[in-house]
Write a protein that binds this ligand. Structure first.
Ligand SMILES: *Cc1c(COP(=O)(O)O)cnc(C)c1O
Length: 379
């Protein structure tokens, strides 16, 4: 892009940041560099300055463009992309802890992330404490002399507990603790944790960033020093994103802002209607003004996305029956794509929570489906 383009707004970054039309024969979309290695020109063979691209497990030009775009969105110095969200999570944690260290993590974090902390890291002598994280004192009380890392997920993607990111980031800094947040729910357009003082913001790009349910990928952002450590782990464990997947993420990013706004509008309306339905006990959606942590959510997010949950007055069997009667909501684990999804959360401390991803099918279509199923629960 010519110099006269100044990138200030997310919409500009999402659409055009980092793309060089002249270098790609005028193509408006960047090429996919399907190359496992990059050769060095003979005249540069013995120069001390390394070539930017050498081997595909270390870096790739398509992944690099995706990373620069995410770093710009997160207002971070640098970003790294991964083969999955879990590769991003495990690499960012591994880069910052060693034997004998202690991690404080939120108890409603993504299940496989909790499992990695509780069951995989414990094999290497790394301790952990899970906290609800709804108050800063949860973290203060959990700090031990060997605490090295706070693992956050805000909003957490089951019943959407929020952590006070500014206060927790400040507490981490005072105690020389690295703060890491899973920012997948809010996306880099609605929440920018680096600007609030958090050290690493990471995403499952398989969710809203990809946005079309056709890619598994992850990405993490932070300052150059911390991401340099993470890059060494990515190199050793081999978790870089593939070029095709990086390209699909770039494709997803172009429409991220318009998609999340559409998910937000539909989810807010559906959450409001759900909270007025007599079969529903409680709705969990941080964008509802009566959500218990609404003020905190508003103070650190500029918008809300499409994943929400609700509990019923009945038991788990009723939750299962309500979910299974839906026809536009498909039963499955993931979210963040164009399509609506439903899942019944088991073993989450809440016994009858139905989680919905509000897709792009249209509010009235989705509400008619939900209302019909909920009405039958009352019959
Ligand atoms: C899906 C998900 C992940 C893991 O991402 P993958 O790309 O599936 O590895 C991490 N965090 C949250 C909140 C998720 O929903």
């Amino acid at each position: 892009m010519p110099d006269k383009h100044v990138f200030q707004e997310d919409a500009q970054i999402l659409t055009h940041f980092g793309e060089d039309y002249a270098a790609q024969f005028g193509a408006v979309t960047p090429p996919i560099y399907m190359s496992s290695l990059h050769v060095t020109p003979k005249e540069k063979l013995f120069e001390t300055e390394p070539m930017p691209f050498i081997y595909g497990r270390v870096s790739n030009p398509t992944a690099d463009l995706f990373e620069r775009k995410i770093a710009a969105l997160e207002r971070a110095e640098t970003a790294l992309s991964f083969a999955s969200g879990m590769a991003a999570i495990s690499s960012c944690i591994l880069a910052n802890v060693q034997q004998g260290d202690h991690i404080v993590a939120v108890d409603f974090a993504y299940g496989p992330a909790r499992n990695f902390i509780a069951n995989d890291l414990s094999k290497f002598g790394i301790e952990h404490t899970f906290v609800s994280g709804k108050t800063v004192s949860d973290f203060v009380d959990a700090i031990k002399p060997n605490t090295r890392l706070f693992y956050l997920e805000s909003p957490a993607t089951a019943i959407f507990n929020i952590q006070d990111l500014r206060a927790i980031a400040a507490l981490a800094k005072q105690n020389h603790i690295v703060s890491v947040i899973d920012n997948s729910w809010a996306t880099p357009v609605f929440q920018k944790p680096i600007t609030l003082g958090i050290d690493i913001s990471l995403h499952s790009a398989s969710k809203y960033i990809g946005g079309h349910s056709d890619v598994i990928a992850g990405v993490a952002s932070g300052n150059a020093e911390i991401m340099h450590k993470v890059k060494r782990v990515r190199e050793s464990y081999g978790g870089i994103v593939g070029p095709m997947e990086a390209w699909l993420c770039l494709r997803g990013l172009r429409t991220l802002l318009v998609r999340v706004k559409a998910h937000e509008a539909a989810a807010l309306e559906i959450a409001t209607r759900l909270s007025q339905h007599p079969a529903v006990r409680q709705v969990f959606y941080p964008g509802l003004s009566d959500f218990p942590q609404y003020a905190l959510a508003k103070s650190q997010m500029s918008g809300f996305t499409g994943l929400l949950s609700f509990s019923l007055h009945g038991d788990r069997d009723q939750a299962r029956a309500v979910a299974s009667r839906l026809c536009w909501f498909h039963f499955g684990p993931s979210w963040g794509g164009f399509e609506s999804m439903v899942n019944v959360l088991e073993g989450e401390g809440e016994t009858n929570v139905v989680r919905l991803h509000i897709g792009l099918e249209g509010i009235e279509t989705l509400w008619a489906d939900l209302k019909d199923s909920l009405d039958q629960a009352l019959a």
